[in-house]
Design a binder for this molecule. Structure first.
Ligand code: UD1
Length: 438
């Protein structure tokens, strides 16, 4: 979906100079990775589940939470709203009993890309919400027209002014029949949250089917919500049920898992990604196999054994789940830089998600953008260089290329990477990588 039907205004210029431009990692490449790399709870599940906790009374205990800066940013928003929050040993407890509404300051919203997910929860709990529009970001426009249109259908009044969104529902939220023109993950999540608090039944047609949607629904169902069909294209929510805090263990992060499998693949290594769920990677594992890797599904994770040199993969196209995930496009792009032959990748979800290509080229990759596709002509070897991460997954792709490159690579602006990979240096070091934060 290259163009939004209506882009929400919002400034992005002030991201320059903010925390994501900090951090530096130095890698000396050329060592095959061996050993075990752990994955924890999915970032893209935890963030909406933390927002959902605002709708519950009493304490919710959320287990397998990764220690990521995006999780920290969500917890800061919850604390600002007056929730009791603790985070220790990958377990978050949230008690929203004393929470009160009110505008969420711009600074808190901008610490995390997905903070728009608080919209549905706040409307549901307080009947009003005020927060900043996401505006553009490193991977392209992040429009929210589908979120806002759906909430309007449910009775919300929404004004947009100076990059802020002001929502209220003077007569309360009511269930609605909603057809999404695209199966947006964020819109499906916001609707789920608002619909739990709405009077009556909400049906979402063409809903997103990502495992993280099912996980959010699983949390809400445990809390008392009446939801059927999550994980399919049609979700039914019978709203108005009281929600009480519950205990939930977040599903493993399929994107971190795919990224660490890529680290094994690009270095010609053999690693086990412990905690990975193969059933969430059904369109990803065949790509590694096509590239010449042996991939074994184990009870405790996924093992990959890579050949010395990967083989090119004819064509990868990013698609909504269960298609190949946009979040693994950049990591796979890095893997294929040194594969034998030419690979083609087409990004269909975010128009601007090719920023890693320029940096990969500096490491010696031969990639061109042709008619919206990345054409990757595999080179014999990559060489270390000084590069900058432009976004989370693109940043990880640079670490991958650096692990395979001859010599020393410095990756700057690595705070992007810490948004989605817990202790990335320590994890890769334990598998034999020469990598350190500076
Ligand atoms: C997207 C990914 C998700 C990934 C996340 C983080 C898809 C379908 N979604 O979720 O898997 O984990 O990024 O990288 O792959 N759009 C609109 N209007 C809207 C909402 C979205 O036009 O109101 C468009 C977007 O511009 C984009 C597409 O729909 O082209 C996908 O958006 P959406 O699924 O909502 O994005 P995220 O929730 O961020």
């Amino acid at each position: 979906m290259q163009q939004s039907r209506q882009a929400v205004s919002g400034a992005d210029g002030h991201r320059k100079g903010c925390f994501v431009l900090s951090g530096k990692i130095v890698i000396v490449g050329g060592r095959p990775l061996r050993g075990e790399l752990p994955v924890y709870g999915a970032k893209n599940s935890v963030l909406p589940i933390l927002a959902a906790a605002v709708l519950t009374s009493g304490a919710s205990v959320i287990k397998n939470c990764p220690a990521l800066s995006d999780v920290g940013a969500s917890l800061n928003i919850l604390k600002y709203l007056g929730c009791g929050v603790t985070f220790a040993d990958r377990t978050v407890t949230v008690n929203a009993d004393a929470a009160c509404g009110g505008p969420i300051p711009d600074g808190l919203m901008r610490e995390m890309r997905s903070s728009i997910i608080f919209l549905g929860a706040l409307l549901g709990r307080f009947g009003s919400a005020e927060l900043s529009a996401p505006g553009g970001c490193e991977i392209g426009l992040r429009p929210i027209d589908l979120h806002l249109d759906a909430l309007r259908e449910m009775g919300a009044r929404i004004e947009e002014s100076h990059g802020r969104i002001l929502c209220s529902c003077p007569r309360g939220l009511r269930g609605a029949e909603l057809s999404l023109s695209f199966p947006s993950v964020g819109a499906t999540e916001n609707i789920l949250l608002a619909a739990c608090a709405a009077e009556g039944t909400t049906r979402i047609y063409n809903a997103a089917k990502e495992p993280e949607i099912e996980d959010l629904a699983a949390f809400l169902i445990k809390a008392g919500a009446d939801i059927t069909g999550a994980g399919s294209a049609e979700i039914v929510i019978r709203g108005g049920k009281p929600l009480t805090g519950c205990e939930h263990t977040v599903i493993p992060d399929r994107i971190a898992a795919g990224s660490y499998l890529a680290a094994g693949a690009i270095t010609g290594g053999s690693v086990t990604v412990v905690g990975a769920e193969a059933k969430h990677l059904r369109t990803v594992l065949p790509i590694f196999r096509a590239a010449g890797c042996e991939v074994t599904e184990l009870a405790r994770g996924i093992r990959i054994e890579a050949p010395e040199r990967l083989t090119a993969v004819k064509y990868i196209r990013t698609m909504p789940y269960p298609g190949f995930p946009t979040d693994l496009q950049a990591p796979l792009c890095a893997c294929l830089c040194t594969a034998k032959g030419t690979s083609i990748i087409r990004e269909t979800i975010f128009e601007n998600r090719y920023k890693h290509i320029a940096a990969l080229t500096r490491l010696g990759a031969d990639i061109s953008l042709e008619s919206g596709c990345a054409v990757i002509r595999g080179v014999d070897s990559l060489t270390g260089a000084d590069v900058e991460a432009e976004d989370l997954r693109g940043g990880f792709a640079l670490l991958l290329a650096a692990l395979a490159a001859e010599g020393r690579t410095t990756v700057r602006h690595t705070a992007h990477i810490e948004r989605g990979y817990e202790n990335v240096c320590a994890v890769l070091q334990a598998a034999g990588a020469q990598i350190a934060k500076e």
